[in-house]
Design a protein around this ligand. Structure first.
Ligand SMILES: [Zn+2]
Length: 91
């Protein structure tokens, strides 16, 4: 058996678990700022969201992501996520 261990992360919105590399990662810094981590390597507390339209639409509902992150999510981040809703294919 040479099965590779796949890192699994839970979606902050729907609580489903998926391989980390399939998910969008947001990072909350020590200063409480939340931003989209497109490299997946930024330090800070990671927050994961499924890349599908359903979850992103939920995440973009007012206050939903703020609550999940425990901090105010900036408009620039939300804007970026809206673009993802438009461009990412269904998982
Ligand atoms: Zn999800």
């Amino acid at each position: 058996m040479t099965q590779k261990r796949l890192p699994i992360r839970m979606c902050a919105i729907c609580r489903r678990q998926r391989p980390k590399r399939e998910m969008l990662r947001l990072v909350k810094t020590a200063e409480g700022q939340v931003f989209l981590d497109e490299t997946g390597k930024k330090p800070g507390r990671g927050l994961y969201v499924c890349p599908g339209e359903d979850c992103l639409a939920q995440a973009l509902k007012k206050g939903r992501l703020d609550k999940a992150a425990g901090a105010k999510v900036g408009e620039a981040v939300l804007e970026r996520l809206r673009e993802k809703v438009a461009h990412e294919p269904e998982p």
